[in-house]
Write a protein that binds this ligand. Structure first.
Ligand code: ZN
Length: 161
């Protein structure tokens, strides 16, 4: 849902609030940067950047931090392993990190109680692990479903054993 709102431009950043005359400036309320747009909020703000530095491959980090925001979103959603430092499903991890960056940013804006990037990281990793456990418990034993699905589609042509 958050991803859909971001893609539709419906998440209210401070830049958007400023454009609508709801606030007096477009600055980031967390780090004081002059413009809190999508890219800043989800990627470039201090805590978000610390998080990405921890979970993105070193050799991919420069590209990860510099491509335009929409390309960045789509590249991370569509490519499961490209930027990931781990073998986890990157699309799921990426969306979980976005969610926790958003939640933490809102906590911080409206309450002095918020968590550091370490907290965002640990909360995200817990959610990713829980999602993995839940989805693995839903998979049929010995992948009967997957085998029958891809088997009917020509199996090996899709790289499925
Ligand atoms: Zn900021």
């Amino acid at each position: 849902m958050l991803l859909w709102l971001i893609l539709k431009g419906k998440v209210l950043t401070n830049s958007e609030r400023y454009r609508r005359h709801l606030v007096v400036d477009s600055c980031c309320g967390l780090c004081g940067a002059t413009e809190e747009d999508f890219s800043h909020l989800f990627r470039d703000c201090t805590e978000a950047r610390l998080l990405w530095v921890r979970v993105v491959k070193d050799e991919k980090l420069a590209k990860f931090l510099s491509i335009d925001f929409r390309t960045w979103l789509m590249a991370n959603i569509e490519n499961r392993q490209h930027f990931s430092i781990t073998k986890e499903d990157w699309d799921i991890a990426f969306c979980t990190f976005l969610w926790n960056i958003w939640v933490n940013r809102n906590y911080r804006m409206f309450s002095p109680e918020s968590i550091s990037f370490e907290g965002i990281y640990h909360r995200s990793m817990w959610m990713i692990a829980e999602f993995g456990r839940a989805s693995s418990s839903l998979r049929p034993a010995n992948n009967i479903f997957t085998a029958s699905l891809f088997g009917s589609m020509g199996g090996s042509a899709y790289g499925v054993d």
